[in-house]
Design a protein around this ligand. Structure first.
Ligand SMILES: Nc1nc2c(ncn2[C@@H]2O[C@H](COP(=O)(O)OP(=O)(O)OP(=O)(O)O)[C@@H](O)[C@H]2O)c(=O)[nH]1
Ligand SMILES: [Mg+2]
Length: 291
């Protein structure tokens, strides 16, 4: 296993096409719903998307809030409010927050819809474009809102391939989009967090190194969660020692008492992604120039 600097990159052709598709469809929509991962609200923000939708009314939905630390999610909501963006925490699997999200969509589009009526244009549905990085839960949100499997979902990034309009309750239509990343991660930490949470295809990653970095981070900032989950008495000094301790606990041992790094790496990532290590938010708000 190596601890060398990684160069993570995943920007296949369909993502570039999706960006173009977004630009083309932008004039058809009244509002952009930017889906962020509540565990990484900074790293899950795609700067290209941010630029494209800059001129549109926008609502941020912090999805997967069931997997995040709820106290930190509240800080994020206050933070985004302070920079003028209304933000709703949601859980697209069990549906919490979705009524508030729909209300917010109606509120931010009201001036435009009222203006259309004043100009004598017959009342039409509000059109919302759902945008975000791969695997953040865009299609799951749409399915939960329509109450059926209108859009294909999956626990890996890159499931949605083309755009899709779906009509939901009353007067709102949603446009599902494939997830997009951007061509180059300027910050390795951003790439790592996207990898931890499952937005970068595992096939392009060195899973063992990613899991090792995650363990390093969690042992530093959330040692009690690791001790509790893996029944480890105390945290060792190096990430590798901690990973090996977890491997022994979980029986990830090959013949000759060798550690099965690949297996323990997958266990750690799976358990983090599904919230079994804890409700962990990896980023807290700080005033940054990007907002
Ligand atoms: N715990 C939790 N899991 C969620 C939530 N929303 C979506 N998921 C899961 O996240 C995974 C990805 O969901 P999708 O809806 O396919 O994500 P997407 O953004 O459409 O992904 P692409 O089409 O690949 O860009 C699936 O395994 C969903 O079950 C949520 O709010 N909470
Ligand atoms: Mg999708």
């Amino acid at each position: 296993m190596s601890g060398d600097k990684m160069h993570i990159n995943w920007y296949p052709g369909h993502m570039k096409k999706t960006i173009e598709l977004m630009q083309k469809n932008l004039k058809l929509v009244d509002v952009a719903v930017e889906l962020l991962d509540a565990r990484i609200p900074i790293s899950s923000r795609n700067p290209q998307i941010d630029q494209i939708i800059a001129e549109k009314p926008r609502v941020i939905a912090l999805n997967k809030s069931d997997l995040a630390d709820s106290a930190v999610t509240l800080q994020w909501i206050r933070f985004f409010k302070s920079v003028g963006i209304n933000t709703i925490p949601i859980d697209s699997l069990n549906g919490s927050g979705l009524d508030s999200l729909m209300n917010e969509i109606e509120i931010v589009t009201k001036p435009k819809m009222d203006a259309l009526i004043l100009r004598g244009i017959r009342k039409r549905s509000i059109r919302a474009m759902i945008v975000g990085i791969p695997n953040v839960g865009k299609s799951s949100l749409i399915n939960r809102l329509t109450g059926k499997k209108s859009a294909k979902t999956g626990d890996k990034p890159g499931v949605t391939k083309g755009k899709q309009w779906v009509k939901i309750r009353g007067n709102i239509e949603l446009l599902d989009m494939p997830g997009v990343l951007w061509p180059k991660f300027e910050d390795e930490e951003v790439a790592l967090r996207l990898a931890y949470t499952g937005s970068i295809k595992d096939e392009v990653l060195d899973i063992e190194t990613i899991a090792l970095k995650l363990i390093e981070h969690l042992c530093l900032y959330f040692p009690d969660y690791i001790k509790e989950r893996y029944k480890i008495d105390s945290i060792f000094e190096t990430a590798l020692e901690n990973m090996e301790a977890i491997a022994r606990r979980r029986g990830c041992i090959l013949s000759g008492s060798r550690i099965d790094y690949a297996r323990v790496a997958n266990i750690i990532l799976d358990e983090f992604r599904s919230g079994q290590i804890g409700k962990i938010t990896l980023e807290i708000p700080v005033l940054s120039e990007r907002y």
